[in-house]
Design a protein around this ligand. Structure first.
Ligand code: SF4
Length: 355
């Protein structure tokens, strides 16, 4: 067993930080040393998050019909992916969906819409939905993911009770223009800055498997660290038919686990969320990944169907973890039932997945 990663964890726990070379070493470790990496990253996970798992639930407010050309996204301009397209759920539908997720064990609701960014009217809709949701569930944490923000919009969301704002950088700055041309990396960073300045908790993450190099994955993670993203969703590309990435399969379960471990070493005290592509790419290593990551989406998300909510909750419990906010037992956990038509709408734009 390699002691290199254990020593790295000790150094971080004593106040040090992982270097880019450390991160690359984690990513390039052999499968024979994978358990050493997981055990060492797991020490950091336990130090900051004990045995808790944060469970998030996505509500897809608006799906498809996007004018942007993100190559990985099933909702993008020009995508032929067979997804449901619809414009804005009603407030009642949103509350029904969010309530189902919360009763199923989630403590955070991510409200997501496709599109370049919201109009002020869209922001008002989300503000009203948030107020209604918080009236009914005062403890709920609300994260909005509505795309690029204009001046004043983050402040309005904050005033309405939104807690966090998600906008992923998705990939390294040096790789960004190869995955989308209708907006820039700087546009994305600007929105994260606006959310932070308004007092919203910044949530930003990446998508692995977009043709990036190891060095670019490291670059993206250090960028997220510099942006002080409070939560980091790590997505694994789901190559939807009908998108330019439809034949891109670069990931293996062990590779995905190493990416998560690397993220833990670089950002040891941040919420690390296994997001889109969890089932498709981690497969039988999902439970092991919880030793490193401390957050997941429950059940379905975005334009794909995730693992059943009940199986997710069982996986959490079977592995000795507890759902954050439900430590004293949550009877309904894992039993999300809702309208199958809405269910397939999944939820969210780029929060969790490749949207
Ligand atoms: S990721 Fe978001 S902005 Fe890009 S195409 Fe998809 S919905 Fe549109």
């Amino acid at each position: 067993m390699s002691v290199q990663f254990d020593q790295l964890a000790t150094r971080i726990l004593e106040g040090g930080a992982a270097t880019e070379a450390d991160a690359l070493a984690v990513l390039r470790t052999t499968d024979a040393d994978l358990m050493s990496v997981v055990a060492a990253a797991g020490r950091l996970r336990r130090a900051y998050f004990a045995n808790t798992v944060k469970v998030n639930y996505l509500v897809n407010l608006k799906s498809g019909l996007c004018p942007e050309n993100c190559n990985y996204c099933s909702q993008a301009l020009g995508s032929d992916a067979p997804i449901l397209k619809y414009s804005w759920l009603s407030k009642d539908e949103t509350l029904q969906q969010a309530g189902a997720g919360l009763r199923g064990g989630a403590t955070r609701v991510c409200m997501v819409s496709s599109g370049r960014g919201p109009s002020n009217r869209d922001v008002e809709k989300v503000a009203e939905m948030t107020e209604a949701l918080k009236d009914e569930y005062p403890e709920v944490e609300v994260c909005a993911c509505l795309g690029l923000l204009k001046d004043g919009q983050a402040e309005r969301l904050k005033e309405a009770g939104v807690d966090a704002y998600n906008h992923n950088i998705n990939t390294a700055e040096s790789h960004h223009d190869t995955i989308v041309q209708t907006h820039t990396y700087d546009d994305r960073v600007d929105t994260i800055g606006k959310a932070k300045s308004a007092g919203l908790s910044p949530c930003s993450g990446l998508i692995a498997g977009l043709g990036e190099t190891d060095e670019q994955l490291v670059e993206a993670l250090f960028a997220l660290k510099a942006l002080e993203s409070d939560s980091i969703p790590v997505n694994f590309l789901m190559p939807f038919d009908g998108t330019p990435f439809e034949d891109t399969w670069e990931l293996s379960p062990t590779r995905c686990l190493k990416i998560l471990a690397m993220a833990r070493f670089v950002c040891p005290d941040k919420e690390l969320r296994i997001a889109g592509g969890r089932e498709m790419h981690l497969r039988s290593l999902q439970a092991l990944a919880l030793q490193v990551a401390n957050s997941i989406f429950l059940g379905d998300y975005l334009t794909s169907e995730g693992q059943e909510a009940k199986a997710d909750v069982e996986m959490i419990r079977d592995n000795g973890f507890v759902i954050l906010g439900a430590e004293d037992g949550l009877e309904g956990a894992g039993s999300v039932e809702h309208d199958p038509a809405i269910r397939r709408r999944g939820a969210g734009t780029e929060v969790a997945a490749n949207a």
